[in-house]
Ligand binder design. Structure first.
Ligand code: FA5
Length: 344
């Protein structure tokens, strides 16, 4: 004989599975959970009535109710899993039909003028048969100075306002000529390498000087290397980087302890006709130190100066970038101003 509770259980069971079958969304599922499975839900309510039943009814109705509860929870979890999967699938489909043309183009970043120029410089020198070399920015006194014929008491050290590190004998390299030393120590002639990179000098900054700037070092060693090869290589490079043959340059004697003779190269100032703050009213901008490698330097790097000679140059890469792109103040290059950078 059916008791009123048996009847209630049948109705609850029918309604519950019916509702579960028709549920389509996580929200509808949550409503079902609250109505039937929660602490105040219908099943808990039926469970609560068990304690008032006579023992015989309790022993038949109890297992029936437990059985229904287990099936209800199991079916609920299966449905929940199904709905979650359906929703993920819908999102994926919505994503796959995402219309890229419906959106306005976003602004693209561009390569920094430094990066663009370095790529150009490397391509020019590679086309002339040079290899690309590299060296550390943290250097030893020996590599930055001693091996380049600049001993501890040499006045030329004053020209390199050095950032010394707390570690004795260690510094931030003041020029990329350090890569000359590494290359000569690691490789045997004939040698043709260039290296671009940052240098550091503890100087007052102005329109054409910064405490961190970039140089491009070049080194060529072979038998019977002459100064005309140095002039030819640097002129060809400048014509290629500025994409014109009639660049206005001047070569003048310069002193660097690691070359003999030493030559400095200037370019005519593109920012003025009668002198400005960038060229310090001289109408010329100094862009390069160079010369024939001093025999002491060759010897200290294990190369016999009786058999080999060579030239080296160190372009102020930052100055080349300024001249190439018409940047009148070096500080703009490191300013990270988007309005400035968007021009390139
Ligand atoms: C040197 O650094 C030598 N190592 C160059 C060299 C290499 C000579 C090989 C001989 C053989 P100098 O101090 O003049 O030389 O620097 C070379 C170039 O770096 C300069 O012509 C200039 O264009 C650039 N430069 C120097 N100091 C600064 C600075 N503070 N800010 C920006 N550019 C600088």
């Amino acid at each position: 004989m059916n008791t009123p509770l048996d009847e209630s259980l049948k109705i609850v069971s029918r309604d519950y599975f019916n509702a579960l079958e028709h549920a389509q969304t996580a929200e509808q599922l949550e409503e079902i959970r609250l109505k039937y499975l929660s602490r105040n839900g219908t099943i808990a309510h039926l469970m609560g009535q068990l304690k008032d039943l006579p023992p015989q009814e309790k022993s038949t109705f109890g297992p029936l109710l437990n059985n229904f509860k287990n099936k209800a929870v199991e079916a609920f979890e299966a449905k929940r899993f199904h709905i979650i999967n359906q929703e993920i699938l819908k999102k994926q489909q919505a994503h796959s039909s995402f219309d890229v043309t419906a959106y306005k183009a976003q602004p693209y970043g561009t390569l920094h003028p430094y990066t663009q120029t370095i790529e150009e410089i490397e391509n020019i020198f590679i086309s002339m048969g040079f290899e690309i070399a590299d060296g550390p920015e943290i250097e030893t006194d020996v590599i930055n100075f001693e091996a380049l014929n600049i001993p501890a008491d040499h006045p030329a050290r004053d020209m390199h306002d050095t950032f010394w590190l707390d570690v004795p004998g260690m510094l931030l390299r003041t020029h990329t000529s350090t890569v000359q030393v590494h290359s000569m120590m690691q490789k045997r002639p004939p040698l043709a390498v260039i290296a671009t990179g940052r240098c550091y000098r503890h100087e007052a900054t102005d329109a054409s000087h910064d405490i961190m700037f970039m140089q491009c070092e070049g080194l060529f060693i072979d038998k019977n290397v002459s100064i005309s090869q140095l002039l030819g290589t640097t002129t060809t490079f400048l014509q290629a980087i500025f994409k014109k043959n009639d660049i206005k340059t001047r070569f003048r004697p310069g002193f660097f302890p690691f070359v003999e003779p030493g030559i400095e190269i200037d370019m005519s100032c593109p920012f003025c006709t009668s002198g400005c703050s960038t060229c310090k009213k001289t109408r010329w901008i100094e862009i390069c130190g160079s010369g024939l490698i001093h025999p002491h330097v060759l010897r200290s790097c294990g190369i016999d100066p009786d058999h080999y000679s060579g030239f080296a140059f160190g372009f102020g890469l930052t100055r080349l970038v300024m001249l190439k792109y018409g940047i009148y103040d070096i500080r703009l290059l490191h300013s990270a101003h988007l309005d400035f950078l968007r021009q390139f």
